[in-house]
Write a protein that binds this ligand. Structure first.
Ligand SMILES: Nc1ncnc2c1ncn2[C@@H]1O[C@H](COP(=O)(O)OP(=O)(O)OP(=O)(O)O)[C@@H](O)[C@H]1O
Length: 684
C-alpha cells in the first residue's frame, strides 16, 4: 500500500528506469512527484484554421492527411517521414525525424489533431515533429497542458504520465494540511482539487483556484514553520538582564534619539529582559542611525555585566564604529577594543587576554572576531552589522562563543516587512523608517554622457565650496574578461588627476588594496585630506563622511536600486545640501525606469518595493545565504499580496494552537517537520 513517502519506482507504470530518470530532477518519493509543479502551461483547448497560423507560434490544428506519407533516409542514418495535412483553409507540411512508424500510423483521408510550432513561411507552413493525436483520444491536446521543467533524459511525456500515475496512486492520501477553518476563511479549494488542477487543469478558472491554494499553502506552511522555529529557539534561557533606566544612556548622547531609534532600542531591551535570548533584526534606512541602537543594546547588556561583540563587514566600518563608540562608552567607564585582521600581534594578545578576563565590555571587529582563539569571559550580546555580508552561519559561529547569547542583526537594506519575515524568518524585526531631524533630501539626477562637462563643473563647484565628492566606478572591462576593478578605478583616477582635475586632490580606494592602505585612504579622506574619492563599491557599506556632498555613480545601470540607494546614502549626512548624479550612457527603457525611481524618492522602503516589482526578489535572496527552504511554487514578485495573507493566517492559527497539537493541525505539523528537517542544519 503506497503512502506519500513511497519510492516512485514502486508506483505502477513507473519502474526502475523511469525512477532513475526522475531522480535527476530530485524526485524520489510520491510526495516529490506530485509536488513537482509545472513551470508553465499551454492552452491546447482550441484548434485553429491553417490559414490563420502565425509563424513561430505553438498551436493545435485539426486537419486531414492528404497523401500517403513518404519515408526516406537522410545523412547520419536518420529517417525522415513527410506528409501533408489540409483543412478548409489551407495546407500544412509535416516533417517527422526518426519516427519511421509515422509512415504507417498516419492514414490518408483521416483527420488528426497536430500540435507544434509553426515554421516555414506564410506560403508553405510547416511543423516539425508535431504531437499527433486522434480526436476523441486526446491526452496531450484538447485541454490546458502542463509544461514541466526538464533535464536530459526526462521528457514532458514521461513526466506527464508519471505525475498522472502518481496522482492516481495517492489521491485518497492527500490529507488537507490546511486547517479547515483557515481554508474556508480564505476561500481556498481542497488539497485534492488543487493537486489535480495544478497538474491537469480542467480549465483556466480551475487552474487559478488551484494555484492560489498551492501558493497560499506553501507560504502558510513556511510562515508557521518559521514561527515554530523561533519559539523553539527562544525556548531556552538567554543571558539574564536586569531592568535599567535607559534615560541615563540617552542623556549621555550628543543628540536626542529619533522615535524610531528609541522604539527599536525598547523592543530589543524588552527581548533581553525576557529571560530568553533575543533574535532581532533592526532594519533601517541608510543614515537612520542604527549604530546608536546597537550602542543602546551594548550599554543595556553591560549594566548586567555582559560583554558584547559587534561584527562589521569591513575594516573601515569596524574602525568607524570603534571611533564613534569608544569615546561614548568611555563616559560610562566601559571599555572598547578593536580587533581586525590588521591588529598587531602584541595588541591582539592584549585584547584577547582582556576579553578572557572580562575587562573589555565591547569588542568591535571584522571576521577576526570569529577566529578560534578569541574567547570571552561573559559574552551576552552579539551584534552583526550585516548589510547582507554575513549569512546565518557566520552569525551562528559568533554565537557559539557563548551559550545562547542575545543576537541583534543590523541591516541597511530596507525590504518590505513581509519579505523580511521570510528572508530573515528566524528573527523578529524592528523597522526604522525615520531619519534624524534636519536631514535634507539628496537631490538626484540621472543623466547621460552628454552631461559629462557639466557634471565635472558641478564637482569642481562642490569642492570650491569646501565639500568633498565621491565618484563610484563599477567594475568595467571587456565583457569576455573578468573585469579588474582595480584597473578600472585606478585608470579612472589617473585620468581625473592628469586631465580633468589636475589642481584637485584625487584619492583612490578599491577593494583589492591592503586593509591598511584602505584604512589610511579613508581616514585621510574623512579628515578632509582629499577632494575627490574615486572608489569601487567598497564605499557602499556604511562609510560616514559628513562633509561629502556629492555622489557621482558611473555606469549607474550596472547597479541594483537598493545598491544605488546605499551609495547615495554616503552623502547627505551633514548639514549641507547634497547631490547624487547617476551617469548612464544609452540607458535602456528598463534602466531609465529604474533610475527615474531614484530621482523620485529618497525613501529606501519605497525603493525596495519598486526594485521588487521591477526585478523580483532574487537580489534579496541571492545576497543572503539564508538557509531556509526554497519556494517551489510561490513567486514573490507577484505573490506578495498572498504572502501577506498567508502570514496573517499563520499568525492567527499559531496563536490558537502554538504547538500545533490540535487534531486539525496534524497534517500541517507533519508537513512542517518534513520541510524543516531537510534544512535543519542551516537553521540551527
Ligand atoms: N538621533 C540622531 N540625531 C542626529 N544625528 C544622528 C542621530 N542618530 C544618528 N545620528 C548620526 O547620523 C549618522 C548616521 O548614523 P549611523 O552611521 O548609525 O547610520 P546607519 O543607520 O548605520 O546608516 P548607514 O546604513 O548609512 O551606515 C551618524 O553620523 C550619527 O552620528
Amino acid at each position: 500500500m503506497a503512502d506519500l513517502q513511497t519510492d516512485v519506482r514502486y508506483i505502477k507504470g513507473i519502474g526502475e528506469a523511469r525512477a532513475k530518470a526522475l531522480s535527476k530532477l530530485g524526485i524520489g518519493t510520491l510526495q516529490d512527484l506530485i509536488g513537482y509543479f509545472p513551470r508553465r502551461y499551454e492552452d491546447r483547448t482550441m484548434t485553429r484554421a491553417i490559414r490563420e497560423l502565425e509563424l513561430g507560434e505553438t498551436v493545435c490544428v485539426r486537419a486531414m492527411i492528404a497523401n500517403d506519407p513518404v519515408a526516406s533516409r537522410i545523412s547520419g542514418g536518420r529517417t525522415v517521414v513527410k506528409a501533408r495535412a489540409v483543412d478548409d483553409s489551407g495546407a500544412l507540411d509535416l516533417t517527422f525525424f526518426n519516427q519511421e512508424y509515422r509512415k504507417n500510423s498516419l492514414h490518408r483521408g483521416e483527420t488528426y489533431i497536430f500540435c507544434g510550432k509553426v515554421e516555414g513561411n506564410l506560403l508553405a507552413r510547416r511543423m516539425i515533429n508535431p504531437i499527433v493525436e486522434q480526436e476523441g483520444q486526446q491526452v496531450l491536446t484538447g485541454h490546458i497542458v502542463p509544461i514541466y521543467p526538464l533535464t536530459a533524459g526526462v521528457s514532458q511525456n514521461l513526466l506527464y504520465k508519471a505525475v498522472g500515475q502518481g496522482l492516481t496512486e495517492c489521491r485518497h492520501l492527500l490529507a488537507d494540511c490546511l486547517p479547515d477553518a483557515v481554508r474556508q476563511e480564505h476561500q481556498l479549494c481542497h488539497s485534492g482539487y488543487a493537486y489535480e488542477n495544478i497538474h491537469f487543469p480542467a480549465d483556466a478558472e480551475a487552474l487559478t483556484l488551484a494555484r492560489r491554494r498551492m501558493v497560499f499553502e506553501e507560504l502558510f506552511i513556511l510562515s508557521c514553520g518559521l514561527q515554530m522555529l523561533r519559539s523553539r529557539r527562544t525556548d531556552v534561557a538567554g543571558p539574564a538582564c536586569k531592568a535599567a533606566d535607559m534615560e541615563e544612556f540617552y542623556r549621555a548622547l550628543p543628540f536626542p534619539l529619533t522615535k524610531a531609534q528609541r522604539r527599536a532600542i525598547t523592543e530589543a531591551v524588552t527581548d533581553m529582559e525576557s529571560g530568553r535570548p533575543m533574535n532581532r533584526l533592526c532594519q533601517g534606512d541608510v543614515g537612520s542611525g542604527k549604530t546608536m541602537v546597537a550602542a543602546g543594546c551594548v550599554w543595556f547588556a553591560a549594566q548586567s555585566g555582559w560583554q558584547s561583540a559587534l561584527m562589521a563587514p569591513t575594516e573601515i566600518l569596524a574602525r568607524q564604529h570603534y571611533e564613534n563608540l569608544a569615546p561614548l562608552f568611555e563616559k560610562f567607564g566601559l571599555r572598547c577594543a578593536l580587533l581586525t585582521g590588521s591588529t598587531k600581534a602584541r595588541e591582539r594578545r592584549d585584547i584577547l587576554e582582556n576579553l578572557t578576563l572580562g575587562s573589555i565590555d565591547l569588542c568591535i571587529g571584522t571576521h577576526a572576531l570569529l577566529t578560534e582563539d578569541v574567547s570571552y569571559a561573559r559574552l551576552g550580546l552579539v551584534i552583526t552589522d550585516e548589510q547582507h555580508r554575513f549569512g546565518v552561519n557566520q552569525r551562528a559561529a559568533l554565537g557559539q562563543k557563548a551559550e545562547n547569547p542575545h543576537m541583534l542583526v543590523l541591516s541597511a537594506t530596507p525590504i518590505p516587512r513581509t519579505l523580511a519575515l521570510i528572508i530573515y524568518g528566524d528573527l523578529d524585526v524592528s523597522v526604522m523608517n525615520e531619519l534624524p531631524p534636519g536631514r535634507q533630501k539628496v537631490d538626484t539626477f540621472a543623466v547621460g554622457e552628454s552631461y559629462r562637462q557639466r557634471v565635472n563643473q558641478f564637482i569642481r563647484k562642490q569642492v570650491e565650496a569646501g565639500h568633498q565628492v565621491f565618484i563610484v566606478c563599477p567594475l568595467v572591462g571587456q565583457e569576455d574578461h573578468i573585469p579588474d576593478e582595480r584597473k578600472a578605478a585606478a585608470a579612472y583616477a589617473k585620468k581625473l588627476r592628469e586631465e580633468v582635475f589636475p589642481d584637485l586632490r584625487v584619492c583612490l580606494l578599491h577593494g583589492k588594496m591592503k586593509a591598511k592602505e584602505k584604512e589610511k585612504v579613508m581616514e585621510d579622506f574623512a579628515a578632509g585630506n582629499g577632494d575627490i574619492l574615486v572608489a569601487t563599491t567598497v564605499v557602499e557599506v556604511g562609510v560616514d563622511v559628513p562633509n561629502a556632498t556629492c555622489m557621482v555613480v558611473e555606469n549607474a545601470e550596472r547597479f541594483g536600486l537598493s545598491q544605488l540607494h546605499q551609495l547615495r546614502g554616503r552623502v547627505g549626512r551633514g548639514q549641507a545640501k547634497s547631490y547624487c548624479i547617476l551617469l548612464s550612457e544609452h540607458p535602456s527603457e528598463e534602466t531609465k525606469r529604474r533610475l527615474k525611481v531614484m530621482t523620485k524618492t529618497n525613501d529606501g522602503f519605497e525603493i525596495s518595493r519598486e526594485d521588487l516589482a521591477l526585478r523580483g526578489p532574487g537580489d534579496f535572496f541571492g545576497q543572503r545565504q539564508h538557509g531556509l527552504p526554497t519556494l517551489k511554487i510561490a513567486d514573490l514578485s507577484c505573490d506578495m499580496a498572498l504572502l501577506d495573507e498567508a502570514q496573517q493566517a499563520a499568525k492567527g492559527w499559531m496563536a490558537q494552537d502554538p504547538g500545533l497539537e490540535k487534531p486539525e493541525s496534524g497534517a500541517l505539523r507533519a508537513r512542517i517537520e518534513t520541510l524543516f528537517a531537510v534544512k535543519a542544519e542551516g537553521l540551527n
